[in-house]
Design a binder for this molecule. Structure first.
Ligand code: FRU
Length: 321
């Protein structure tokens, strides 16, 4: 199946699940104890579709919860309007995975002013007045990717190579942390040269393809690509393949969705990816815990895992794939 078809299917699956949940909500809404709103940044990316599936599956285990999911459609203005709407609906808790930090901070503060506990998931906002943050440690993941890149390029003190880094969205903390962590390792290596200066593919495969196609045209030697997520690492791989140069290059990504990153590693298309678990299930569990009067920690950090040809197949097997 083509990748575009896969994305389409994932989006349809997410939409169907959302609709189904809303239908059952209507029947039982009166009996529900907690109305929880979740403002999702977008559903066009596979990782987001998985995130929604995870939160919907968790909600299904809690009959006392009515979950309302909105889709920001990858636009800050749309997501701001979604949150304003959830505030008007007087949700008992607000979960938000912001498209970007700055643009969503104001409306998050509005929710907090309205005494709605806010759970920030995956990407942050520019305030710490929220109730809790749940997400991966992007600095740590960046460091793990940087350490592995140095190893792939010859080892600490002797690493040699030209590196293409493709940034995620510039207005997001994960992109900055993934960059900073990576460079803590690669910048120590005088033999490593960075070919690009802050080029963002905005987390998208097609944009990364174009960045890489240009980089391939301007550079005769590229040794390693670091994409801030798997779709971008894979987009770069496809560009290299179309130029007949994919065999000379190592590709590192982040996310490790089974049907994407892990499969691409198993196929030998990506060299490695690092798990960035979705905070869907844990975020909802934490919000429910809080609404039940229990204390929650300020930050919950989800674990990561390095995926290479050594463990990719075992991971897929463990998922029944
Ligand atoms: C999906 C995504 C993931 C990435 C995360 C970072 O929108 O781009 O691929 O890991 O967001 O916030």
């Amino acid at each position: 199946m083509k990748r575009r078809d896969l994305i389409g299917l994932a989006a349809i699956a997410a939409l169907t699940a959302t609709t189904a949940l809303t239908a059952s909500q209507n029947a039982f809404a009166q009996d529900k104890k907690f109305k929880i709103g979740f403002s999702q940044a977008t559903t066009i990316e596979p990782w987001r579709a998985q995130f929604n599936k995870d939160i919907i599956a968790e909600a299904a285990k809690h009959p006392e919860v009515e979950l309302i999911i909105t889709d920001g459609e990858d636009k800050t203005e749309k997501q701001v309007a979604d949150v304003e709407n959830l505030i008007r609906q007087e949700v008992d808790a607000l979960l938000i995975s912001p498209k970007e930090s700055a643009g969503l901070t104001g409306v998050v503060l509005q929710a907090i002013d309205a005494k709605i506990p806010v759970f920030v998931l995956d990407r942050n906002v520019e305030t710490d007045k929220y109730t809790q943050f749940v997400g991966g440690d992007n600095k740590l993941i960046g460091r793990a990717a940087g350490e592995y890149a140095v190893e792939l390029l010859g080892g600490a003190g002797k690493a040699q190579g030209n590196v293409v880094e493709i940034w995620g969205g510039m207005g997001t903390q994960p992109a900055h942390d993934r960059h900073d962590g990576f460079h803590e390792f690669t910048d120590k290596e005088p033999g490593i040269k960075n070919l690009l200066d802050q080029q963002s593919g905005d987390w998208k495969q097609d944009q990364a393809y174009n960045i890489m196609a240009n980089a391939l045209r301007s550079n005769e030697k590229i040794d390693l690509v670091y994409g801030h997520n798997d779709p971008m690492a894979y987009g770069a791989y496809l560009a290299a393949k179309d130029a007949g140069r994919e065999k000379e290059i190592k590709f590192i990504g982040i996310d490790a969705l089974p049907a994407e990153g892990v499969t691409w590693v198993k196929n030998g298309e990506l060299t490695a990816t690092f798990l960035y678990a979705t905070p869907g299930a844990e975020g909802l569990r934490q919000a429910i815990k809080f609404l039940n009067g229990e204390k929650v920690e300020k930050t919950i950090t989800l674990p990561t895992e390095k995926v290479t040809s050594e463990n990719a197949e075992a991971i897929l097997k463990s998922k029944g794939m």
